[in-house]
Design a binder for this molecule. Structure first.
Ligand code: XLS
Ligand code: NI
Ligand code: NI
Length: 446
């Protein structure tokens, strides 16, 4: 039975057509209409500008279950008896899809790629076996790792948090998982290492010492940064902000709270952020706000692409489809000089009724095309120049006179107030021209 299902795994994605660029007039549901990976956009190929990545957890691990019902995907590796064979079949199938989609990167949690482990020793052994296999698959395919991470939130041991757990033995288990996952990421040549604080927060203030938990989280993060330097990992450590879910309140709620947290523990030059669209909207912020904030604070690292549902208040992790939103985000990235070692990771899942391999492929293909189209729009916006010129000119007053003196710290409050008094006039507001700016965006998003 296992053998039979293993060969079924090999066929699962392999039977899909190869996705390739066919241009806008293509009628092929498996073709890229915009993603022409070698096309040059602002000095780099589309592939290099977008650095697209497929995630393991939603795409290969999730079986379609939700809180009200069992999984209906029945992927072959979900039905295999031997957990190690199942994990291996899943890894092979993942690399089949990577090659069909022809995207350069992938991302994973430790537990996504290995057989389930109960003890600490099992965890280390099973992860190592998986990493060895991944290393071989990467060598033969050329697929690269955008980031690795440890899942320190699914196992029941983490119900009260990982590093913020009231029990230090559990924080130590979390440290083991992070050390192993960071070592694995380093071994696989990963570009970044992500920490999403899934349960680093609380459900009720009645049993929680916030200050104590923040100190635990800060210390833990310092240990991770020390270890990164110890093993010579040159990628970035990234925190992924999210305001809540699964806990009521998470400490790393937004880019700005992460910044304050990093400053408090002296880590603001060591750690960056991995911003997720649906986490921004859960926090009541826009995706473009979080991205621009990260650039403003020099914290930008990488992006998790997805979208929420405006009527649902949780992390629905749908594939992105808002061209305007992602165009503005890519414009910020291009204006800042591009992604460097970050990337665009599809932290997104098909809907529960989308049960086929075709659904999984088409979800990615459509989202890849969306990003390629947005990249071309972003380039056009920068070349058009109207948006940037308006914004620059709006602040031009600060470049000289009293504005420049204030910014440079050359004047005290008396001097600034006396300047207002001496010029003795009532300064007039000017138009912010929001509607005109929105018209320009509408003209350029196509
Ligand atoms: C969950 C997070 C998670 C991280 C990786 O909401 O987005 O998937 O990206 O742990
Ligand atoms: Ni994410
Ligand atoms: Ni998420």
């Amino acid at each position: 039975m296992t053998k039979h299902l293993d060969s079924a795994s090999r066929e699962y994605f392999k039977s899909l057509p190869q996705a390739r660029y066919e241009g806008q007039d293509s009628t092929n549901d498996f073709a890229y209409r915009y993603y022409d990976k070698n096309r040059m956009v602002m000095g780099k190929s589309m592939e290099e500008q977008l650095r697209l990545s497929v995630c393991f957890w939603h795409t290969f691990c999730w079986d379609g279950s939700d809180v009200f019902g069992a999984g209906g995907f029945h992927r072959p590796w979900h039905q295999m008896d031997d957990p190690k064979d199942a994990a291996a079949a899943k890894r092979e199938a993942a690399f089949d899809l990577f090659s069909i989609l022809d995207l350069p990167f992938y991302s994973f949690h430790d537990v996504d790629v290995m057989a389930p482990a109960e003890t600490a020793q099992e965890h280390v052994t099973y992860l190592n076996e998986a990493v060895e296999h991944l290393e071989g698959l990467m060598a033969s395919s050329g697929q690269k790792l955008l980031w690795g991470t440890a899942n320190n939130f699914s196992h029941p041991r983490y119900m009260a948090g990982a590093s913020t757990n009231p029990n230090p033995d559990i924080a130590a288990f979390a440290a083991l998982q992070v050390r192993e996952a960071l070592n694995a990421t380093h071994r696989l040549g990963g570009s970044n290492y992500v920490l999403w604080g899934g349960r680093e927060g609380y459900d009720t203030i009645l049993n929680t010492k916030i200050g104590q938990e923040l100190d635990q989280l800060g210390r833990f993060l310092s240990l991770v940064v020390e270890h990164k330097h110890k093993i010579g990992f040159t990628g970035d450590i990234l925190i992924e902000p999210k305001p809540h879910e699964p806990t009521k309140h998470q400490y790393d709620s937004t880019v700005q709270t992460v910044h304050a947290f990093l400053q408090r523990y002296g880590l603001e030059r060591e750690v960056r952020v991995n911003i997720e669209a649906n986490h921004a909207t859960l926090a009541g912020l826009s995706f473009e706000h979080e991205v621009d904030m990260a650039f403003a604070l020099d914290l930008f690292g990488s992006l998790d692409l997805n979208r929420g549902d405006p009527q649902n208040g949780w992390d629905t992790d749908q594939f992105p489809n808002d061209l305007r939103e992602v165009t503005l985000v890519l414009k910020s990235i291009l204006s800042a000089g591009g992604l460097r070692n970050g990337g665009l990771n599809f932290d997104a899942k098909v809907r529960r009724q989308s049960i086929t391999a075709e659904d999984v492929a088409q979800a990615h293909i459509g989202a890849v095309d969306l990003m390629a189209r947005a990249l071309l729009n972003a380039e056009a916006m920068i070349q058009d120049g109207r948006l940037d010129q308006f914004r620059e000119q709006r602040y031009a007053g600060w470049q000289g006179g009293i504005g420049a003196k204030m910014l440079a710290g050359e004047v005290n409050l008396d001097a600034v107030a006396d300047f207002a008094l001496s010029s003795n006039h009532a300064p007039n507001p000017v138009s912010g021209r929001q509607e005109w700016l929105e018209n320009v965006v509408t003209q350029l998003v196509r």
